[in-house]
Design a protein around this ligand. Structure first.
Ligand code: SF4
Length: 86
């Protein structure tokens, strides 16, 4: 049992009230059902661009620039290529 009265519990001002939609997507955004998903066509066109890219690692199907696994990252509609290719 806490010795603090209820009115001494600090407010947490670090929790964003409105998510910034312009921020960079992160891997855990795939766990958020509110993050919009890409269509299959968009995923495939993004992956086709990656496969031609000098930063693409065919072994891991990953990006050497951002370190992401591209089969996952391309599913996030708001994700972007770190060098602006898509
Ligand atoms: S995300 Fe961009 S930099 Fe990374 S492999 Fe794809 S096209 Fe290349």
């Amino acid at each position: 049992m806490s010795n603090l009265p209820d009115n001494d519990i600090p407010e947490n001002n670090n929790i964003p009230q409105n998510e910034d939609k312009s921020r960079q997507m992160m891997p855990w955004d795939l766990l958020n059902p509110n993050q919009p998903r890409s269509t299959k066509e968009l995923q495939n066109s993004r992956l086709a661009i990656c496969r031609e890219c000098e930063f693409f690692n065919a072994l891991t199907v990953g990006c050497k620039k951002c370190g992401c696994f591209m089969r996952m990252k391309t599913k996030l509609h708001n994700a972007t290529c770190p060098v602006g290719k898509w």
